[in-house]
Ligand binder design. Structure first.
Ligand code: SF4
Length: 378
């Protein structure tokens, strides 16, 4: 196998095999990976290559009660007497205040997620989405994730299709690729044993794409997975994307981010640290762009790696910096220390040599919201 031949193959947007991807992982240098990924980005984002997109939304949690017990999660509380004083289900007044604040800051979307509550079935989420849409018809709901869909459909005795159809009818606009971690079940059994299997995660996404629901995909890496398991993850996501119906967005974006270890059970009990260096993150962004030529957008996770590393990624395959996240309670609970304002994120993009453009969840450019008039820097 020859590195240069494989990079040429990647530039033609051909699918590289697991062995070919792993060859690049072990033998290609960072500069050639970044160059190739950047060239692929130019093809995939033709006409908008001087632009890097960003978004304003707010992570709002429906509940922190969860039975999944993921060992990397400091956010949840189990549904037991001992933790009852810390458990919550978000109430109407809180939703209203958070939505009003989101609009006042120029946002238009809730990233609406929560724990696997043992008593909240599909009716609860239908009611929540319907209420939010009736109060704020403009509010976009980027909601739940495959593990929650598996959990809710199990509680409610419905198929994934029936569950998603009901939630979409109630106001779900799109679904994040949450809870993918690493899709291999050896890894999942160790780090998130109470969550759905890798195949269940993929099947929910297949059904979502058949229903025309736009989604994204993620990879949380740098913990106990092998390099082969990372590539298996990428290939399984690519295969589901290839099966999406004609005209469907499927996975609109791919977002890899390193495991955050601060205070997690995985770190405290098993001693598993975040092993991802800045160089490895930049290489992973480039490899993601190379291995996923059927996904249009690759997002660098400034929240977990910081703005400086994210800037480098914009020259190695990434074309998007994601959201400034007015509120985020899950990743930051495990140590992610970075925060950016609307002005900051635009400055980060400009410093990296690009024009920032505010976008929607569908990656369309958003007109400047009133709240940001005078604050758009380019
Ligand atoms: S990551 Fe999600 S599913 Fe896992 S324990 Fe935390 S809240 Fe529950």
């Amino acid at each position: 196998m020859n590195t240069s031949d494989l990079l040429q193959k990647a530039l033609k947007l051909e699918f590289l095999s697991m062995e070919e991807g792993m060859h690049l992982h072990y033998h290609a240098n960072t500069a050639e990976l970044m160059y190739t990924a950047h060239e692929i980005r130019k093809i995939k984002k033709a006409g908008t290559n001087d632009i890097v997109t960003w978004q304003i939304d707010r992570n709002v949690n429906t509940t922190n009660v969860c039975v999944a017990n993921c060992k990397f999660c400091n956010f949840f509380v189990p549904p037991t007497e001992k933790f009852a004083h810390k458990a919550y289900i978000t109430d109407d007044a809180t939703y209203k205040a958070k939505a009003e604040e989101t609009f006042a800051l120029g946002g238009e979307q809730f990233l609406l997620q929560g724990g696997h509550h043992p008593e909240l079935g599909v009716e609860f989420y239908e009611e929540t989405f319907s209420k939010l849409k009736s109060w704020f018809p403009e509010l976009r709901l980027h909601a739940l994730g495959p593990p929650e869909i598996v959990h809710i459909s199990g509680l409610s005795g419905l198929s994934y299709r029936q569950t998603l159809e009901r939630l979409m009818a109630a106001g779900m606009d799109s679904m994040p690729g949450a809870g993918a971690e690493i899709l291999d079940d050896r890894v999942r059994r160790i780090i998130s044993n109470g969550k759905c299997s890798g195949e269940e995660w993929l099947e929910v996404m297949r059904v979502a794409h058949q229903l025309g629901l736009t989604t994204s995909a993620t990879m949380m890496f740098g913990h106990i997975e092998t390099i082969e398991e990372r590539f298996d993850h990428l290939l399984r996501i690519r295969a589901v994307q290839a099966q999406r119906p004609e005209g469907a967005n499927g996975f609109k974006a791919f977002i890899p981010w390193p495991y955050q270890d601060d205070g997690t059970l995985l770190n405290r009990v098993k001693g598993v640290r975040n092993t991802v260096t800045a160089d490895e993150y930049v290489r992973t962004i480039a490899i993601s762009r190379i291995m996923l030529p059927n996904i249009e957008n690759i997002q660098a996770s400034w929240l977990t790696v910081g703005p400086k590393v994210a800037q480098v990624c914009l020259h190695g395959g990434a074309n998007d910096l994601g959201s400034i996240m007015i509120e985020e309670n899950v990743v930051s609970a495990a140590g992610a220390p970075f925060r950016l304002s609307a002005e900051d994120i635009q400055q980060v993009i400009i410093e990296a040599g690009y024009t920032p453009r505010l976008r929607t969840q569908m990656y369309e450019f958003r007109p400047t919201p009133k709240a940001l008039e005078g604050k758009i820097l380019a």
